[in-house]
Design a protein. Structure first.
Length: 421
């Protein structure tokens, strides 16, 4: 009876995943925010298994030790979430549930990672291929939408809401899939060939370039550089990415406070044509945002201004004349477009310490896992693509961005599971 139940459960879980991987490309094309509920649905097969609760949490807490980087990273994550909750007491907004915006994607993503690492050979092969085809299919549709100026988004209802045709949403779809592109390429190497992996990566480049979001192009480019390094020295590449991210986190407000905003604006107005200024206005605005956020973060030390302070600060923040912009813009939109600066601003030194420790122990866990060269390269490439997005446009309270990180982590786990089998 128990054996028959397991067969039924496994068959249902496999079909569930196939259906979800079929929906993944449509999710990122027509509603990138849907990636968070997609991730939740993908976690159900793990949460429905008793061996998940025993294998994942049981082993983690049976012999808890900070010498285990998995347990240490979990403790750092819990402290970060606790501090987010506490900071709501002195935040102007007093939103006490914001810690769930971080904790939920982490727990849900962790369950999918565990599930991916405990697959049979047949499961790993089938789900690995499904993950690869879903990511590649998503990039193909996104590239098509970019070339055709959003043909599918314009062709499908609703027709009376111009906001629903916001083509920048397609760029966000590329952002959601970009980190997962690297583990998808690693799976392609294992299941097909290196040429297939290069083709998958080329699809990502086409989608990023055609949808005109510079951050995606930079993220993929930086990821490619690290992948090349990782093929020569995989463990050094992982260490380099980890320590680089920690260094950027610790120095973020000091670097941002040193940005000569006025001098850069004066140079841009003198050296650029009106069309160039108009195209660069968003990037130039970010310089003012980061600079103002850094000074405000210093004023709120050591505890920070409180979770989601930036959204309330927006109402009283000064305006700045950005070259190329049609009107004066606030020095802080609803978030600082830089998660590291946002942690400094809203969570202060305890939040920075918790985030730095979490990054350190996550990299330590990857190093302890003894990943193959291809999987190490995939992990390093995905990590760098995430960091670029974190530095130039991300917000800690955008759950879909954290879900994109979890999706990439599950892809790395699938690739590693294939290598083990």
């Amino acid at each position: 009876m128990a054996a028959n139940w397991r067969k039924i459960r496994d068959k249902a879980s496999r079909r569930w995943f196939y259906a979800l991987f079929f929906l993944l490309p449509l999710t990122v094309v027509f509603g990138h925010r849907g990636l968070a509920p997609w991730l939740l649905l993908a976690s159900l097969p793990a949460f429905a298994r008793g061996d998940f609760w025993q294998g994942a949490f049981g082993k983690l807490f049976d012999n808890p030790s900070l010498s285990d980087p998995r347990f240490a990273s979990f403790v750092a994550l819990l402290f970060l979430c606790l501090w987010i909750f506490l900071s709501a007491f002195w935040s102007p907004k007093h939103q006490y549930d914001l810690f769930l915006y971080v904790l939920a994607p982490a727990l849900v993503g962790g369950s999918i990672v565990w599930f991916s690492l405990n697959l049979s050979r047949e499961w790993a092969w089938r789900l690995g291929r499904a993950f690869l085809l879903a990511v590649a299919g998503g990039m193909i549709i996104l590239a098509f939408e970019g070339v055709t100026d959003g043909f599918l988004r314009r062709a499908l209802p609703p027709y009376d809401n111009p906001g629903s045709r916001d083509i920048i949403a397609l760029g966000r779809g590329v952002t959601a899939l970009a980190p997962a592109l690297f583990p998808a390429a690693a799976i392609a190497v294992r299941q097909w060939s290196r040429m297939a992996a290069l083709f998958v990566l080329a699809l990502g480049v086409a989608a990023a370039v055609s949808n005109d979001v510079l951050a995606n192009v930079v993220a993929l480019g930086a990821g490619f550089v690290v992948v090349i390094v990782a093929f020569f020295t995989p463990r050094a590449a992982l260490r380099m990415t980890g320590w680089g991210a920690i260094a950027l986190l610790l120095t973020a407000p000091f670097l941002a406070a040193a940005i000569p905003v006025e001098a850069v604006y004066a140079w841009a107005e003198a050296a650029m044509t009106p069309d160039m200024l108009s195209a660069s206005a968003s990037s130039l605005h970010r310089l003012a945002i980061w600079n103002a956020t850094a000074h405000e973060a210093f004023a709120c030390l050591p505890a920070g201004c409180g979770a989601d302070y930036a959204r309330m600060w927006n109402d009283a923040a000064p305006m700045v004349a950005v070259p190329g912009a049609r009107e004066a813009l606030s020095v802080i939109p609803v978030h600082p477009h830089n998660i590291f600066l946002q942690i400094w601003l809203e969570l202060g030194l305890p939040g920075v310490a918790a985030a730095a420790l979490f990054l350190y122990f996550c990299v330590a866990a990857l190093l302890r896992a003894q990943l193959s060269k291809a999987v190490s390269a995939a992990a390093a490439g995905a990590f760098v693509a995430i960091i670029v997005s974190v530095l130039v446009e991300g917000s800690l309270w955008q759950v879909w961005r954290l879900a994109a990180m979890a999706l990439a982590a599950s892809g790395v786990a699938l690739a590693h599971s294939l290598e083990k089998k």
